[in-house]
Write a protein that binds this ligand. Structure first.
Ligand code: SAH
Length: 364
């Protein structure tokens, strides 16, 4: 028997062609998307404006399969972190960060990560696999469901950031389909500006994203010279700084030229000197950008430590004096290990002979 197709693996264009292929009108795709992503339906039987015959055949050949929330932690600051099972062996984490006037969902794009950034906890676990579109958009669906958004018809999730586990631009096709879904009027209808893809600098992916669906871009820069960046963000050896900065410039050219967010984790005595700050300002000259200084969050077995706050402030002042909008990112959810780079959820599998499975995620 051929496996049923998961309707959550398709964006609107994909679903439209699927319906045409099975001899239906393409508008069926729109009805289906509304049911799933606006009403929270997970069973075609409840989709009352779809004919009985079509419902019966959809039940035979398709499914609506979501990943599964295994546990939840709530921080005293309101941050919520979910451990999500994507298959028998693989788990990811998703974090919701409420603020006064917005709610940000931080999602994962891969199980683990292959990039080996030295200050990142996900890197320690290596790479397991890419997430499917259904597992990426599934995180958004599950969070909406838990937060009561389908029932209340409220928009509690206003922003989505790909700052969880994995490198989104190395899972390009599935990430793009999930972004297409998030921004579709038949689903969540989020504005592109409210979706941020964070990358450690995969240049071909940056150029493709500009063409395909130009959402907000964040670059995990963390160093302003190749020598240091080669060491702490090893992908720099393939995509060196000068080329990455040119790609950033290209990304901002044209209409809707939102600034790029530059992420810079503050590592004591590694990248936090005033010379580093001046050098960073030079690098960003001519690129519409804003800088987020991220206090380093410790995790077991790391030899890095956070810069002290005086150092971070002095670093920030150099950037501001150079005319670069700079903020120090607030640490959220650290009491539940949900702050940047701290998310190393431990899950003891109840089955699988008490095998211990550790999942981790870095988020901001
Ligand atoms: N691979 C993507 C997205 C995941 S990381 C990327 O590199 O951008 C999301 C952000 O958290 C990145 O800026 C990353 O560098 C930062 N980060 C990772 N580990 C951290 C830690 N221990 N403390 C603070 N920030 C960290």
């Amino acid at each position: 028997m051929t496996e049923k197709i998961n309707l959550l693996d398709y964006d609107r264009v994909g679903l439209e062609s699927y319906f045409l292929k099975i001899g239906e009108k393409s508008f069926r795709a729109h009805q289906l998307l509304k049911w799933i992503y606006q009403h929270g339906a997970t069973d075609v039987e409840s989709m009352t404006n779809i004919s009985n015959d079509l419902r019966t055949s959809l039940k035979e050949i398709t499914m609506i399969k979501l990943p599964e929330i295994v546990s939840e932690k709530k921080s005293k600051d309101g941050t919520r972190k979910w451990l999500i099972k994507v298959d028998e062996k693989n788990f990811i984490e998703t974090v919701f960060i409420p603020e006064n006037n917005r709610g940000t969902l931080c999602i994962s794009s891969q199980v683990g990560c292959a990039l080996d950034c030295k200050f990142c906890s996900t890197a320690k676990q290596g790479f397991s696999r890419n997430l499917k579109t259904s597992e990426i958009i599934g995180q958004v669906w599950l969070a909406n469901n838990v937060l009561g958004n389908f029932k209340n018809k409220k928009r509690i999730i206003t922003n989505i950031v790909f700052m969880g586990m994995g490198e989104p631009l190395l899972n390009y096709d599935n990430v793009l389909k999930s972004i297409n879904l998030m921004t579709d009027d038949y689903t969540f209808g989020l504005s592109k500006r409210r979706i941020t893809v964070s990358t450690s600098g995969i240049i071909p992916g940056i150029d493709r994203l500009k063409k395909d669906n130009k959402v907000s871009l964040a670059i995990s820069l963390h160093a302003s010279n190749d020598e240091l960046r080669n060491t702490i963000v090893p992908i720099n050896r393939s995509y060196p700084l000068v080329d990455l900065l040119s790609a950033c410039k290209r990304y901002t050219e044209g209409k809707n030229d939102d600034p790029i967010t530059i992420e810079y984790v503050m590592l004591r005595d590694i990248n936090d000197s005033l010379k580093d700050a001046h050098n960073l300002a030079k690098c960003l000259n001519g690129i519409p950008s804003k800088v987020n200084l991220i206090p380093f969050n410790k995790f077991p077995d790391t030899h890095f430590s956070n810069s002290n706050y005086g150092t971070i402030n002095a670093f920030r002042d150099v950037l501001i004096k150079s005319g670069i909008f700079t903020i120090t990112r607030k640490t959220r959810g650290d009491d539940i290990d949900a702050a940047c780079g701290q998310l190393v959820g431990k899950f003891i599998a109840k089955s699988a002979k008490h095998q211990k499975i550790t999942v981790g995620l870095t988020q901001c």
